[in-house]
Design a protein around this ligand. Structure first.
Ligand code: SME
Length: 160
């Protein structure tokens, strides 16, 4: 695996994702341990974009349970259909929330979180885990994040 991430400071968000994706591929290549891979993916995203919070919730029985993450401490369990993460799980689709205060049932692990994007990774057509990325700025995620983070989820789907 690569030892350092190389991301140009001057590049656009899309360019930084383009630089990051192959490095995420090589980070997880040859490593079969789920926690190790998820931990490095969370760290690579945080290191590249300085997101406020980035991490995973894994489906365990009838709840999502906190997995590897980078950022402040967070809620450990989320029910199906609860909050943004539980809705992503229930609906098996990406949730892009420009203002968390306007999302009915949003779970505020931190009052500093202002906008959020959550994407599912599927195994055998069922949600296996979700990636949750939070920003401390309103309206911080757009179609570019949605496209490239979906590509990150495709990489993850290959090792789950
Ligand atoms: N805001 C999320 C909960 C997880 S934390 O943001 C890390 C939600 O509404 O599901």
């Amino acid at each position: 695996m690569a030892e350092n991430l190389i991301i140009s400071n001057a590049s656009t968000k899309a360019e930084r994702y383009e630089e990051l994706l192959p490095q995420i591929e090589s980070l997880v290549a040859g490593e079969l341990d789920l926690v190790a891979n998820l931990a490095n993916v969370a760290a690579a995203l945080k290191q590249t974009f300085y997101f406020f919070w980035v991490g995973f919730y894994l489906v365990k029985g009838n709840e999502l349970v906190l997995g590897p993450f980078q950022g402040p401490i967070a809620c450990t369990r989320i029910g199906l259909g609860k909050g943004v993460c539980g809705t992503c799980w229930k609906e098996k689709k990406t949730m892009l929330v420009p203002n968390v205060d306007e999302f009915q049932g949003h779970i505020a692990c931190s009052s500093d979180s202002k906008s959020e994007i959550v994407l599912p990774a599927l195994k055998n057509n069922e949600v296996f885990l979700v990636l949750d990325v939070d920003s401390d700025h309103l309206n911080d995620f757009d179609g570019t994040d949605e496209i490239y983070l979906a590509r990150v989820m495709k990489i993850i789907e290959r090792f789950i």
